[in-house]
Design a binder for this molecule. Structure first.
Ligand code: FMN
Length: 437
């Protein structure tokens, strides 16, 4: 049986599924319910200095839904915790005492002044919490006050504050990064330079989910006005995966533990983050949408998949996909795949034909021998995958790789399996460029 136990920067948890710092972790009542449901750990909702912040009392959320009302993306304008610091600290201490086998990390955000960090670290240390996560990612409300993503967008500040935290505390320190930046490797490198034990990412992405065209105001609208919020949920997963991979394969930060966050909804999402180097994953939107019990499906699904693959521990596949993340110029240009349409599954809607005919390569028929029929023309197909993606029937269109040695009917070039001599291969644009120079 697969063993899901995780040890992340010395913090043990029965499984890699942690709740991210957010409303689900804002109080003892929620966290205890989460632990009862099976979550391996939590990052407590971000604590700040007293007096606590004041949140809006109108709508805090906006959302993007699929046609079936499935929640695809969530936008929020909530701040850090609005509960008194002492109440949170008392509850954290109690929960850690009652649930010693679960990970309990405390998220923090105070002004960029050394004394403010010393003061709060001392108080958190007294609770017996397992570690701290520095919230350098919150993109609204707090950033205007010089905290959150305002810090996360300046690598020098990240390094400075991380260094203070490591200097004034013996707790493991995770630095939570903002995605609202051009190159996520820079803040990760700064966290590493400051002595961070790990990074977590992503926090939410700056967003406006819609505009109310009657009020002429962005939504969510609070008394006629709206402000940008932070976007999360399934929609942000691809952005988060890329950022995690960038840090995992960067020579400067390679080996730095990562907690992956952003749109994790199923065990498979979690496995993907872990394959790209995340030692644990954190979840917010899925828990807020479906309740704490979603973790059971994640635990069962990950365990079943690991059994199927013969992985007995999570370490055996963590980071396994990182060596296969490469830059474009290293892709094999003589790997050729062609689309294939399963005529038994085809419902003859014609979407593949129209997409290919109007916008791509004119490689799908609409009529064959006077009858409505959709077939791939191998001489024109570049294997782009657009038809696969627009087809409404799953597995009706697939991309079939051509065997090595066969001749591509479009380019008339032989198919090569991989390039032993890629650095000098004529199909490598970089090699061609270098040879010309
Ligand atoms: C309503 C709400 C409040 C949040 N508050 C915090 C917070 O206080 N501190 C923090 O670090 N992240 C906060 N987040 C961000 C989440 O921890 C997480 O990084 C983000 O939602 C992406 O994960 P997800 O796609 O699973 O939701 C909040 C997110 C939401 C939706």
């Amino acid at each position: 049986m697969a063993d899901l136990r995780t040890e992340f920067i010395g913090i043990k948890s029965p499984n890699p599924f942690w709740l991210a710092s957010a409303p689900p972790t804002d109080k003892e009542y929620n966290v205890v319910r989460a632990f009862k449901a099976g979550w391996g750990g939590v990052v407590w909702k971000t604590l700040g200095e007293d007096p606590p912040v004041v949140n809006v009392n109108g709508p805090r959320y906006g959302a993007i839904h699929g046609k079936d009302r499935q929640l695809i993306g969530l936008n929020n304008i909530e701040l850090i915790t609005d509960r008194p610091l002492e109440v949170n600290l008392r509850e954290i201490k109690q929960v850690k005492r009652d649930w010693p086998d679960r990970a309990l990390v405390v998220s923090l955000m105070v002004p960029c002044e050394e004394q403010s960090w010393i003061d709060i670290l001392r108080k958190v240390e007294d609770t017996g919490a397992d570690g701290v996560e520095l919230n350098f990612g919150c993109p609204h409300g707090m950033s205007e006050r010089g905290m959150g993503s305002a810090v996360g967008q300046v690598p020098e500040y990240i390094e400075m504050v991380t260094r203070w935290v490591k200097q004034h505390s013996r707790m493991p320190c995770i630095v939570k990064l903002t995605p609202n930046i051009t190159d996520v490797r820079k803040p990760a490198q700064a966290a590493h330079a400051g002595g961070a034990d790990a990074v977590s990412l992503i926090n939410t992405i700056n967003s406006i989910t819609g505009v109310d065209l009657d009020m002429m105001s962005p939504s969510p609208t609070v008394d006629g006005k709206g402000a940008h919020g932070g976007y999360c949920g399934p929609a942000v997963k691809p952005i988060a995966l890329n950022m995690v991979a960038e840090i995992a394969r960067d020579p400067v930060t390679r080996g730095l533990p990562i907690s992956g966050i952003g749109g994790v909804t199923t065990w498979r999402d979690a496995a993907e983050f872990m394959a790209l180097g995340a030692g644990t994953v954190q979840v917010c939107t899925a828990a807020m949408t479906y309740g704490f019990k979603v973790v059971q499906d994640m635990i069962d699904g990950l365990g079943d998949w690991m059994d199927e693959k013969g992985h007995t521990s999570v370490d055996q596949f963590t980071g396994a996909a990182v060596p296969n993340v490469t830059d474009w110029q290293y892709l094999n240009l003589n790997y050729i795949a062609k689309a294939k349409i399963d005529q038994d599954l085809c419902i003859k809607c014609g979407r593949c034909h129209i997409a290919c005919e109007d916008t791509s390569h004119q490689a799908i028929t609409s009529m064959v021998d006077g009858a409505r029929k959709f077939e791939v023309i191998d001489e024109e197909c570049v294997g782009c995958n657009l038809c696969v993606n627009v087809c409404p029937v799953e597995n009706c269109i697939t991309l079939e790789p051509m065997a090595a040695g066969s001749i591509d009917p479009r380019t008339k070039r032989p198919v090569e399996k991989d390039y032993a001599n890629w650095t000098t291969h004529p199909n490598n644009p970089m090699a061609v460029k270098e040879a010309a120079e």
